[in-house]
Write a protein that binds this ligand. Structure first.
Ligand code: CA
Length: 400
């Protein structure tokens, strides 16, 4: 779900919003849960037109969770339905993310791919707690699809809020469901995102995951950043006033003033002056503390629920340079497609595809690996398009 701001005012207060929600449970139930999340999170978020976007985002996800939970309780068919939710708000001051589950948000910058979200999956939680090592046999044996947190099963949910992350012209965000990341490795995602324009990138990632047998729904959103965010520190997010007020210091000010007026009435001028001076000092300290709290960067916003250990993204980073290894993997994809087409007598017009493959070889000869990756992706996407046209009746299981 993509909700771009329709005015400058809206952009200034709430930014552009991108949501990926991947349902789980019985087919219809999972679909309903993810639909409620995708529709309600933007509504709840935009309904709060003022105040800190990070807080609004967290509350919107929590509210959607309550809605899904309630619907799940009302109807046995939907009992215990659930969904992931990864929400990206692109604001003038940076990107803020609210996240539950194992869908992911990545940022590509300067040929590095960063995963900004923490997977709420058994394998990530066990690795984070130190119970298993990332590359151990035990870690590989843990089923990848067991998730530890989702919207729906319980009336309350702990929401990770990440950011704000700075924005640089040329940055690219990827939001996706595990239907993609289960089939396409991080080492492939980076070079593909570096090399391809946004629409081709989204199409190619879905096609590649489908080709590798992803039976799962695949959701992919690619967001390109066209302007830098405002410098860090220039624009900070406001805290609610009563959270920011230094209550103990204000109480001291009140006590000193009360004491001073009582002492003044009873004629104790010396002690009255002392009380007044103390009150003034406490007042000054209160003002300084209030200012500091109000202008504190929103990065210090803590997790809801209070029990979770504060972690903050990016959690993993990968090189994202175009490389020969990926190119040869894509070669194999194309030749597998050709073999399958021959065996199953698909009617594919190879002329266009072969021309693309030929220019791929040329680019590779010149060391232009990004261009080579791009035409290879075009060759694969073109073949898949022709295949889909032929197999319309077979059903299309990719959605973007
Ligand atoms: Ca999934």
């Amino acid at each position: 779900m993509v909700v771009t701001a329709d005015s400058l005012e809206r952009y200034a207060s709430r930014g552009h919003l991108f949501v990926v929600a991947d349902g789980m449970g019985a087919h219809a139930a999972g679909e309903l849960a993810s639909r409620i999340a995708a529709e309600q999170i933007p509504l709840y978020y935009l309904r709060q037109s003022s105040g800190d976007p990070a807080t609004a985002l967290r509350e919107a996800v929590q509210q959607a969770n309550r809605d899904i939970h309630q619907r799940g309780q009302q109807n046995p068919e939907f009992y215990n339905m659930g969904t992931t939710a990864s929400v990206l708000a692109v604001l003038a001051e940076g990107a803020v993310i609210a996240h539950v589950g194992d869908s992911r948000v990545y940022r590509l910058r300067d040929q590095r791919l960063e995963q900004l979200t923490f997977d709420h999956s058994l394998v990530w939680e066990m690795q984070a707690s130190g119970q298993v090592k990332a590359d151990s046999e035990l870690s590989k044996a843990i089923p990848k699809n067991v998730i530890t947190r989702s919207l729906g099963p319980s009336p309350n949910v702990l929401v990770d809020v990440e950011g704000p992350f700075s924005l640089k012209k040329g940055d690219r965000f990827l939001l996706c469901s595990d239907g993609l990341t289960g089939q396409v490795e991080d080492s492939e995602l980076g070079p593909l995102l570096t090399s391809l324009p946004p629409d081709l990138a989204a199409r190619m990632l879905v096609d590649l995951a489908n080709l590798r047998g992803g039976a799962d729904n695949i959701t992919v959103v690619v967001v390109d950043v066209l302007v830098d965010s405002e410098p860090v520190g220039k624009r900070r997010m406001a805290k609610p006033v009563n959270e920011a007020l230094p209550w103990p210091l204000l109480a001291s000010v009140a006590i000193c003033l009360l004491a001073a007026s009582l002492l003044g009435v009873s004629g104790n001028i010396g002690p009255m002056i002392v009380a007044l001076v103390l009150g003034t000092i406490a007042g000054g300290a209160a003002a300084v503390q209030y200012h500091r709290r109000v202008t504190e960067p929103a990065r210090n916003v803590t997790h809801g629920g209070g029990a979770a250990v504060r972690r903050s993204g990016p959690y993993r980073t990968y090189p994202a340079r175009p490389n020969v290894e990926l190119l040869s993997r894509l070669d194999q994809v194309i030749s597998a497609l050709k073999t399958a087409a021959q065996e199953r007598q698909w009617m594919i017009d190879w002329k266009h595809v072969d021309a693309l493959v030929a220019s791929d070889q040329q680019f590779r000869g010149q060391g232009r690996l990004a261009e080579a990756t791009c035409v290879q992706a075009q060759a694969i996407v073109e073949t898949m398009k022709q295949l889909r046209n032929q197999q319309r009746s077979g059903g299309e299981n990719a959605r973007e």
